[in-house]
Design a protein around this ligand. Structure first.
Ligand SMILES: NC(=O)c1ccc[n+]([C@@H]2O[C@H](COP(=O)([O-])OP(=O)(O)OC[C@H]3O[C@@H](n4cnc5c(N)ncnc54)[C@H](OP(=O)(O)O)[C@@H]3O)[C@@H](O)[C@H]2O)c1
Length: 270
């Protein structure tokens, strides 16, 4: 098979559904060995069927990425099984909507643990293995990182932090031959069962945002594969993402005002 992913060992965090799962499916088709991950013990029917079909090319390892020792165990298990790691995709993510001051302390901790500490722990523990393969780390950020969004403060803050992490590691790990990139994901079609946290910690379903013409998960995953293939530092996906990226970069104050106006209008309507 003529693919740069052939026999590459790839860990994708948060890949029991959504963009992570789709990225894993596309990497499997390109001949990679894919380590799927999520917190749930049982990966669910779709992933279970996939794992049965590709039993020699894929596995599932349950681990909460916010837990340092669970992440270390994940890395150790992959090296023991496969002997190497070529790519880690820091995709696990969780959002919440609501006023920051109404969030329970545990919810704040949970989101920061998943979105930021998850990326830090896996980057830290995978570096020695990635150095041997001259591998890659890819952070999955969001257009919500370009300018903080009202009532998504934890999500915006952690996703913005991932851009900083990717920038630091881009230079820091370059001498070791490790490439670090970041994907700024624009609106993408949600998984049917996608959930987000409420400030009190309960989960609520996230509806699809058809008004924003979301990209399909397959198209977003395909951008991720192209980015990895070209070892590109930054990729912004989708029209909405590219628009947000351009405006926030060239007219940051204007973009902030536009977001505030949109927020205030939505509050008046509600
Ligand atoms: N969808 C979009 O429009 C969009 C836009 C911009 C950026 N993004 C980013 O893209 C990534 C994927 O988004 P998505 O919409 O595909 O997500 P999703 O459908 O909500 O799936 C989230 C995945 O993360 C896993 N997960 C959550 N917390 C975890 C933890 N602590 N440890 C390990 N796994 C965990 C979940 O599995 P378990 O439940 O089994 O743990 C699930 O597989 C996220 O980082 C998100 O911020 C998405």
């Amino acid at each position: 098979m003529n693919s740069s992913f052939y026999n590459a060992v790839v860990i994708i965090t948060g890949s029991t559904q959504g963009i992570g799962l789709e990225t894993g499916i596309q990497l499997l088709k390109q001949g990679a060995y894919v380590v799927f991950n999520g917190r749930r013990e049982n990966p669910g029917p779709v992933l279970q069927t996939l794992l049965q079909k590709h039993s020699s090319k894929a596995c599932y390892i349950a681990a909460d990425v916010g837990n340092a020792s669970a992440v270390l165990n994940l890395v150790t298990a992959v090296i023991k099984q496969q002997g190497k790691i070529d790519i880690v995709i820091l995709n696990a993510g969780m959002s919440s909507q609501g006023y920051l001051h109404e969030h329970a302390d545990g919810v704040i901790q949970n989101i920061i643990n998943t979105n930021l500490f998850g990326a830090l722990w896996l980057s830290k523990y995978a570096v020695p293995a990635l150095q041997k393969t001259k591998g890659q780390i890819l952070c999955i950020s969001s257009a919500a990182a370009l300018c903080g969004i009202a009532e998504y403060s934890l999500y915006s803050a952690t996703k913005k932090a991932l851009i900083g992490l990717a920038e630091s590691l881009y230079s820091e790990l370059f001498p070791m031959g490790i490439h670090v990139g970041v994907t700024i994901v624009g609106f993408t079609e949600n998984e049917t069962f996608k959930t987000a946290l409420k400030p009190d910690g309960s989960l609520h379903p996230v509806p699809n945002r058809n008004a924003f013409k979301p990209m399909s998960r397959a198209a977003t995953a395909s951008c991720i594969l192209q980015q990895l293939q070209g070892r590109r530092r930054i990729v912004v996906t989708g029209l909405s993402g590219k628009f947000a990226y351009a405006v926030s970069r060239w007219w940051p104050a204007l973009y902030l005002r536009l977001l505030r106006r949109h927020y205030l209008k939505s509050k008046l309507k509600a």
